[in-house]
Design a binder for this molecule. Structure first.
Ligand SMILES: *Cc1c(COP(=O)(O)O)cnc(C)c1O
Length: 374
């Protein structure tokens, strides 16, 4: 049996090596490293795949979130409702811009924002909601958009973990990240559509916002050496775009492979007491960025150790919610308890999940989990 990793990027590369190598060679031989034709082509191909009007490449997902909030013209002191049960980047960009993160709790089954708590957290200062589509499944966008309409709020989707997922709501079937004003994704190597370094992209159907996003990414400039607003330097480079163009063609097949592994896990764990398998939303397909279990009774860390002893890595995403991090405690950040978030942080455990898990590896993992409970 091949050693088990959380993600097997080398195994994935081996299968697409000729295509990737040729694409990289082409960029190098033309030296069009910055804003080359590969970047434009990827933006177009991804826009077609997502059925969204504009895709704008940027340096990484964190930049994408920051750029989105800058393009919307949010001002210091504006409140933004988001999840605490997320990767810190979602919250960090709010703090950097002087915005006030107001945390809403999540639902225990899907790990995504609880619409009822989001609605409770709206104040006259609220300007935006940032739903995070955690672990590969979309938050309830019908509910988020209804709250946004009622209180006149922007919606920025953190789709860093959900690219390719379908949201089926009142607007029909749409790709995750294309329902709000702006969607953001990350091409970090281990993400579902990962490049070979850093990368990210923003999506929008709004022409004016697309212009503003491009301007912020390019030092606040549309015409070289003329700067209309304060911007940043955030670009997707051509080598990464070339890799992504190859991998985009495989994205749906990759999601199927992840779902196949998730089904094996679901079936193996269904009857185990004290273990809860990830919930599936009625309104979203799942692309399983992570397969995340809940382990009751304070046994999570013991299960993690038990798996590691059998050569199986398992990770805790995320052990400390943002509102309990040292960086986000204190006067600037409104406190409050988030019982579900805090409970989840103590229970969650993510198993290996990748496009390359084979039957032997899955059997080893499912048997190891079962042997812990039996
Ligand atoms: C990965 C990730 C980000 C940040 O993306 P980077 O490309 O690493 O900057 C933001 N939000 C979530 C939910 C993520 O998973």
């Amino acid at each position: 049996m091949k050693p088990i990793q959380m993600v097997d990027l080398v195994g994935q590369y081996e299968k697409i090596k000729p295509e990737v190598d040729a694409a990289l060679h082409e960029v190098i031989s033309t030296a069009a490293f910055i804003n080359g034709p590969q970047v434009k082509a990827l933006e177009q191909e991804l826009a077609e795949y997502l059925k969204v009007k504009h895709v704008i490449g940027c340096g990484n997902g964190t930049d994408g979130l920051q750029v989105a909030l800058m393009a919307l013209g949010l001002k210091p002191g504006d409140e933004v409702i988001t999840a605490s049960f997320t990767f810190v980047a979602t919250v960090e960009v709010l703090a950097l811009l002087g915005l006030v993160p107001v945390f809403a709790d999540v639902l225990p089954g899907t790990f995504n924002l609880d619409p009822a708590d989001v609605a409770r957290k709206v104040t006259p200062k609220t300007k935006a909601i940032v739903p995070v589509h955690l672990f590969g499944q979309s938050a309830d966008m019908d509910a988020m958009l209804a709250i946004a309409r009622e209180y006149n709020l922007y919606v920025v989707e953190d789709a860093c973990q959900s690219i390719g997922a379908d949201h089926s709501g009142s607007n029909g079937k749409r790709k995750s990240g294309t329902l709000g004003d702006i969607g953001v994704t990350s091409f970090f190597p281990s993400k579902n559509l990962g490049c070979y370094g850093d990368g990210g992209a923003l999506f929008t159907n709004d022409d004016e916002l697309a212009m503003k996003i491009r301007r912020v990414c390019n030092h606040g400039s549309r015409q070289r050496y003329y700067h209309e607003t304060v911007g940043v330097n955030s670009r997707l480079d051509s080598l990464q775009a070339a890799v992504l163009r190859v991998k985009l063609k495989h994205l749906d097949e990759y999601a199927r492979a992840r779902n196949a592994a998730a089904t094996v896990y679901d079936e193996a764990f269904g009857g185990l007491k004290g273990l809860t398998t990830p919930g599936r939303s009625s309104f979203s397909s799942h692309v399983f960025h992570q397969y995340t279990l809940r382990v009751a009774g304070g046994r999570r860390d013991a299960l993690k150790k038990h798996l590691e002893e059998q050569g199986i890595p398992a990770m805790i995403y995320y052990p400390v919610p943002c509102h309990l991090q040292d960086a986000y405690k204190g006067d600037r950040f409104p406190a409050g308890s988030l019982p579900v978030t805090e409970h989840l942080a103590a229970e969650v455990l993510s198993l290996p999940m990748s496009t390359e898990l084979d039957a032997g590896q899955l059997q080893h993992i499912t048997r190891a989990v079962a042997s812990f409970f039996n």
